[in-house]
Write a protein that binds this ligand. Structure first.
Ligand code: FES
Length: 204
């Protein structure tokens, strides 16, 4: 007797082979393709799910790494291009003088920009006041030099702040003082940050 090998796995003893599972059946091939496609889609969806959490976490970490915040003990350095990065010395400023400074190594965060003004004679940090140099109206940096009245002027829309009076607003459109920050004497005549800003920096 002649025997033939039945390759159809759906076939069972006493049951005739399913005619649709024969090799080369286009319907069966289509189902296989759909199963493959479905597997790919599930894989992609799972990957997207993981990435949706991983990417924001990585971005947040990167932002935090890129934006170091001023901290107690940071030595203040000049922000201007001519003397940028050089430590600021308290003796550099005469009464009525002002300078814009960054905490050393943290100039890539614009919110760290300080406006230091000497309002009276004094040794070291005595007679100096320090504020955020970021206008509370829409966030422009104020002018480094004071105006003729000894006030801090914002170049964008003309807001004016009084450095001798806690940077209170003397003229709008800003309606909030520049946040202040405590400073203290550092080594070799330098000045250091001695606290965080006493209010939010820039527009809120
Ligand atoms: Fe300073 Fe508008 S941003 S006045």
């Amino acid at each position: 007797m002649k025997h033939t090998l039945n390759l159809d796995k759906t076939a069972s003893p006493g049951r005739p082979p399913d005619p649709q599972v024969r090799a080369g059946d286009p319907t069966q091939q289509h189902r296989a393709s759909r199963r493959t496609l479905l597997s790919w889609m599930v894989g992609i969806a799972a990957g997207a799910f993981v990435v949706s959490f991983a990417v924001p976490a990585a971005a947040l970490k990167a932002l935090m790494l890129e934006k170091p915040v001023i901290a107690v003990g940071d030595v203040l350095t000049y922000a201007t291009t001519a003397t940028g990065g050089q430590p600021f010395k308290a003796a550099d400023l005469a009464v009525g003088g002002s300078a814009q400074l960054f905490p050393m190594g943290k100039s890539d965060n614009q919110d760290n920009l300080l406006q230091v003004v000497r309002i009276t004679e004094g040794a070291g940090a005595a007679g100096l006041v320090a504020y955020s140099a970021i206008c509370t109206h829409l966030g422009c940096a104020v002018f480094e030099k004071l105006n003729k009245e000894g006030l801090i002027l914002c170049p964008c829309h003309g807001s004016i702040y009084d450095p001798a009076s806690h940077a209170a607003v003397r003229r709008g459109p800003s309606d909030r003082a520049l946040p202040g920050i405590a400073i203290a004497d550092g080594p070799n005549g330098t000045i250091i940050a001695n606290g965080p800003f006493d209010g939010p920096v820039g527009p809120q």
